[in-house]
Each structure stands twice: as structure tokens, then as C-alpha cells.
Design a binder for this molecule. Structure first.
Ligand code: CA
Length: 227
């Protein structure tokens, strides 16, 4: 079955251009021209990856992403017309897997699509088993985290960070490695981003349940440990 990509873009010329390239590469293509329709199609489960423009009628791209992430981990590449750092941060914070600033080279978009699909495909096998630390459990296949019986709501980035920590339980991981694993090897933004996400995780886990799971190793990085 062909890999299907959903293009959510209101500018027909751009949408058509991306479609032609994707079809040429052998992908199936579904298109939507506004945010509401895009969200519906994304949730319809017939696509493997979504290319999502930020500036859209009905619902903007961030809103589409926010609603999608309540129930779906469908890979998303955001298209942003502005090069504003805030756009990127809100896109990635909201759970986008990657973003591209318009105008972009189509080869780059195709390369990122391949990379993300490869990652998503590779995860299926390795994620079939759950991860845990004390009462904390993660089921990556279902995209769920529980503390005891409580379901913990995490953003995409928080989830990814916690996943890397759990996969390396009791091992210290440097900030650089975490940044690379959570934000991508080519991430060029603020290096304290990991500290920010660790803070969010601690408030949702350690502080909420009065435990110490995530440990800071000064000058090095972080580690999750059974206490
Ligand atoms: Ca647009």
C-alpha cells in the first residue's frame, strides 16, 4: 500500500506543486484547503503524514495541530511563511515533528518526509513493549503515560523527552543528546529548551506525586531513576 500524505494548504498553486512532486515520488496524496477539513481528514486515519500550513482559513495550523494531538500522533510537518522563532517554538511545542519555512526547496521537504516516515516506521517495532519507572508507565504504541492509574497529559515534546529518559533509565544523558533526540539533529534554537521541558515534566510528575524521578546531574544532564 502506498504511503499517503495529507497536504493542508489553502494556496492552490503551492498545494498542487507539492502534490505533483509527491506523486512523482510514488506517494498517495490527499488534499485539504482549510484547517477544519484538514483536521477531519487527518483524524480519518487514511494518511501516514500531514503537511500542515500555518496560515489557513477556518482553523489555523496551530489549532489544527493542537486538536489533532489530543488523540493522534500522526507525523506533522508545519509550513510557516514567517521565519519567526515564536512560530517554530509554538509549532514544535504543539507537537509538530518538523517545520519548513516558505519558500522551501522541495528536495528538502522530500528528505524530511523520508526521515520522519523512517523514524515513525522504526518506532513501531521498538515501541511494542512498554517503558516504566516506579509507578510511571509509558505505552508508546498508544501514546499514553500513566502514573499508577492516572493518565498523564503530556505535549508531544514532553512525551518524547520522557521516552528518551525511560529508554535510558538509570543512565545519565547529556543535554546535547536529549536536545538532538527530542528536537532533531539540526535543531538550532535555544539550548536551554531541554531544561524548560524537564521543568514541565517535573511539575506534572515529581511535584504532583511527591516523588523524585527525574534527577539533574549538574553540568551534565538528566537521568530518570527508580527511587
Ligand atoms: Ca496559507
Amino acid at each position: 500500500m502506498a504511503t499517503t500524505i495529507l497536504i493542508v494548504e489553502d494556496e492552490e498553486k503551492i498545494s498542487r506543486f507539492i502534490e505533483l512532486e509527491l506523486v512523482h515520488e510514488g506517494y498517495g496524496v490527499i488534499k485539504a484547503f482549510d484547517g477544519r477539513d484538514g483536521l477531519e481528514k487527518a483524524l480519518g486515519g487514511k494518511c501516514d503524514l500531514m503537511i500542515l500550513d500555518v496560515m489557513l482559513p477556518e482553523l489555523n495550523g496551530f489549532e489544527v495541530l493542537r486538536r489533532l494531538r489530543r488523540t493522534s500522533s500522526l507525523p506533522v510537518i508545519m509550513l510557516t511563511a514567517r521565519d519567526a522563532v515564536m512560530d517554530k517554538v509554538s509549532g514544535l511545542d504543539g507537537g509538530a515533528d518538523d517545520y519548513m519555512t516558505k519558500p522551501f526547496a522541495i528536495e528538502e521537504l522530500l528528505a524530511r518526509i523520508r526521515l520522519i516516515l523512517k523514524k515513525a516506521g522504526g518506532n513501531v517495532k521498538e515501541e511494542s513493549h512498554g517503558l516504566c519507572c516506579g509507578k510511571l508507565t509509558m505505552d508508546p504504541a498508544r501514546y499514553e503515560v500513566h502514573y499508577g492509574t492516572d493518565l498523564i497529559e503530556l505535549t508531544h515534546r514532553e512525551f518524547e523527552l520522557l521516552k528518551v529518559l525511560l529508554e535510558n533509565k538509570n543512565i545519565v544523558i547529556s543535554r546535547d543528546t536529549l536536545l538532538e533526540k527530542v528536537c532533531g539533529y539540526d535543531y538550532m534554537g535555544e539550548t536551554n529548551l531541554i531544561d524548560v521541558y524537564v521543568r514541565y515534566l517535573r511539575s506534572k510528575l515529581d511535584e504532583k506525586y511527591g516523588v523524585k524521578l527525574i534527577h539533574t546531574i549538574r553540568g551534565v544532564g538528566y537521568s530518570i531513576k527508580d527511587s
